[in-house]
Ligand binder design. Sequence first.
Ligand code: FEO
Length: 168
Amino acid sequence: MLSKKMQETLNEQIKIEAESSQVYLAMASWAEIQPGIDNVTAFFYQHSEEERQHMLKLIHFVNERGGFATVPALPQPQLTFPSIKHAFAALLKHEIFVSQSINKCIEVSLNEKDYATHNFLQWYVAEQIEEEALARTMNDKLELIGDDKSGMYLFDKDILTISIDIDQ
Ligand code: FEO
């Protein structure tokens, strides 16, 4: 059985994962109307879907442990970006924020002596390490590319492979 505090904390994390999905969905929709970045677009759509899965995993966990997962209202995310580089910088910033939030959930689980939840959250800790690494790799590559159009062509060509490599 989840404590009230643990349930509130996990429901807050459900909201953050849902927001993440919306944030990346907005990036995907923006990318889709930019010329020549079909794979960047696919990456954002895929990332948005993954965040939805993170949210669902939490919803099921809360409900299975005798709590009640609440589906949150969401603010509208940023809809447009000055450049692809700006979008990826926002993605990294957002992932760092999510990692901090997962750390807070871990802290609460330890304070509440909820070792089942602590164990469950380890999956998110590992996932955040991967996602931050992926976001940093993308940002580093974009920094190197600068305004070089052929570099951007290759970035778009490689992005799905880079993300698969880091996931493995
Ligand atoms: Fe589920 Fe990327 O945070």
